[in-house]
Design a protein around this ligand. Sequence first.
Ligand SMILES: Cc1cc2nc3c(=O)[nH]c(=O)nc-3n(C[C@H](O)[C@H](O)[C@H](O)COP(=O)(O)OP(=O)(O)OC[C@H]3O[C@@H](n4cnc5c(N)ncnc54)[C@H](O)[C@@H]3O)c2cc1C
Length: 384
Amino acid sequence: MGTMTAALTDAHMEVQALAREFAAAEIAPRAADWNARTHVPVDVIRRMGELGLLAPTIPERYGGPGLDATALCLIVEEIARADAGLAVPIAVQAGLVASPLLRAGTDAQKEEWLPRLATGEVLGCYALTEPDAGSDTAALRTRAEPDGDGWQITGAKQWISNGALAEVFIIFARTGGEGARGISAFITGPADGLLVGREIPKLGLHTSSTVELSFDAMPVGPEARLGPEGEGLKLALATLDGGRITVAAQACGIAQAAIDLAVSYASGRDAFGGPIARFQGVQFPIADVAARLDAARLLTHHAAGLRDAGKPHGPAGAKAKLVASAVAVAAADVAVQTLGGYGYSAEYAAERLYRDAKITEIYEGTSQIQRLVIARDLFGDAAR
Ligand SMILES: Cc1cc2nc3c(=O)[nH]c(=O)nc-3n(C[C@H](O)[C@H](O)[C@H](O)COP(=O)(O)OP(=O)(O)OC[C@H]3O[C@@H](n4cnc5c(N)ncnc54)[C@H](O)[C@@H]3O)c2cc1C
């Protein structure tokens, strides 16, 4: 049961086992309580860092485990299976912070941040979305005004995962005129003028921190710019091409947990003189989502494999996320239905899975935006 292992190497299976054991021992038994209290267990996040689970794709020369995108997917799936919210810091640290740093960072920026990101000594966040610019990222309004050799950043960011825990910030801000080419990326520690807003109450992911960030003339030095001026949005979108694969893996973990729960509950619950598992009306919806989950996982690993091979993986990642997030939502729905009234109660994980699954259709590009990416690949310029 669980993740198919046909194409996985020994190293993949080792890290998958490590993540699975950690999740079973340290996360699964406490996830319901943390979620009920909307508690973000920072100690568990740091521990994942110590074990090399937080940013496994950071190369060994920077003190990381040097694993590939497939390994990252395996880890994210196992952690999400125990608690979807605790997969978020991994998706952010590896997929949204280390990844653009490895892609566009100077040697000095990499030396400064990667070793500490690898071990979880510092946690990062990725600040792209704004109150008035989500899907339409090119409309962002946060500004970086020249100030001596560096800049002063002013503006507001919305929905920033890990924002309240972060010691390093990737910020996208406007250094030029309107549109995509006026945006640059920055990497910086906290500085005067940074205001971390309140935790935003949300439907699910109660173990994940989500906050507003605002910047009031926050000074950043010349060493903070990440990549060339005006190429920030390109970097942001390339980062999301990879990040989406990680969200697809998170969705697979949620779907797997839902199927596991539905199967075990149906096998033990009696109605009309025997276990409900004997009814095809109970079996078939679970069989359907189990088949769709295998397909979603294969798409996810395919996209990760393309990324590992250095090949274009934007449309493949979009397809993986589109399919996997829909399976997560469907499987969680099946789990709630299979458990009947108990599925609706907070006593079982089904209702949490139902609430957590939905986010995978929204962040790192909504399902509509994934369709846009896929359509642009199909139609080329005719789709613009
Ligand atoms: C829990 C959580 C964590 C997040 N973490 C982060 C983070 O760490 N960093 C970060 O930068 N952002 C983060 N986000 C933001 C997230 O990526 C955005 O919410 C998402 O991209 C959608 O943007 P929006 O909310 O502004 O919706 P909008 O862009 O306003 O979209 C509203 C609706 O319109 C649809 N729509 C928009 N444009 C089109 C179009 N062209 N065609 C068809 N439909 C369209 C959308 O699909 C959606 O259904 C997070 C969000 C949440 C909820």
